[in-house]
Design a protein around this ligand. Structure first.
Ligand SMILES: C[S@@+](CC[C@H](N)C(=O)[O-])C[C@H]1O[C@@H](n2cnc3c(N)ncnc32)[C@H](O)[C@@H]1O
Length: 257
């Protein structure tokens, strides 16, 4: 898919919105992460002390920092040089590299215990290349923890009725067709947002064809112990009832080639 879109298009977009992204996630992550997906992410990640971890599509590096603070040895990579610049400024003691998930050319084969990729897969032009690269850099028995926007419930196309709270998802594209999408500005963004739609089954197939075994799958919702963190009733009820993301844990079961 996306034969007419190159990595330059994606790189330029993320370079352009890098400071908006920093405003969006800050040092802790945005409300969706804090309320909904982080508890699932950390459960799938488990104890990381002493592990070599790749943060693939690290953005401004806030999650790389958290992984490092939990005792992991972390390398963060991102396609956008502006994102990497911010990550390095904020964390001068850490290793951040400009690289594409599709190639991971700066990384050796079989050197990571874990790949973590948080809200990146729906932004990748070349999912198959990325999955093959994740598989290549993992050690045998290594795991990939992948959290990304739920492809079945496009939040940029969701409308909430203020009267009764009904949510309507508008499908102005073909769910089964893999294609570059442009959504209106949201959150801290001032410009339109580029991403890549693919059906859930396409992710599943890409994971399997890269050689991964699927060890766990979840659709995060707000955890009871985080109810009090919701800013208002609407955020709480959204977290309880609307799936924003999916979370996969994949395992490399074969030997390194
Ligand atoms: C939604 S942001 C998430 C950033 C970070 N993981 C976080 O949680 O804040 C998506 C990131 O993926 C990066 N990205 C997009 N395509 C990429 C690719 N092919 N290789 C590496 N990074 C890529 C973008 O530059 C951007 O930083």
């Amino acid at each position: 898919m996306n034969k007419n879109v190159g990595d330059d298009d994606v790189r330029n977009f993320w370079d352009q919105v890098s400071s908006d992204w920093e405003a969006q996630v800050g040092d802790k992550g945005d409300s969706n992460r804090l309320l909904n997906s982080d508890p699932v992410l950390w459960k799938l990640v488990g104890a990381v002390r002493g592990l070599n971890v790749l943060d693939a599509g690290c953005g401004t590096g806030y999650l790389s920092r958290k992984l490092c603070d939990r005792g992991a040895s972390v390398i963060g990579i991102d396609l956008s040089s502006k994102m990497i610049e911010i990550a390095r400024q904020k964390n001068p003691d850490m290793d951040f590299r400009i690289d594409s998930c599709s190639e991971l050319r700066t990384l050796d084969t079989c050197c990571f215990d874990m790949v973590v990729s948080n809200y990146v897969l729906m932004d990748l032009r070349d999912l198959h290349g990325a999955m093959k690269s994740f598989h290549r850099v993992l050690k045998p028995e290594g795991v990939a923890v992948l959290v990304f926007s739920h492809p079945c419930f496009p939040q940029a196309r969701a409308a909430v009725n203020d009267q009764d709270g009904t949510v309507t998802y508008v499908w102005d594209y073909n769910y089964f067709e893999e294609a570059r999408q442009v959504s209106p500005a949201w959150g801290h963004f001032k410009s339109e947002f580029i991403w890549f739609h693919r059906p859930l089954s396409a992710y599943w197939k890409a994971f399997r064809s890269a050689g991964f075994e699927i060890a766990d799958f979840n659709e995060p919702s707000i955890a009871r112990e985080r109810y009090h963190l919701a800013a208002n009733k609407r955020q709480l009820s959204n977290g309880k009832s609307r799936p924003y993301s999916v979370a996969f844990k994949l395992k490399k079961t074969d030997a390194c080639k």
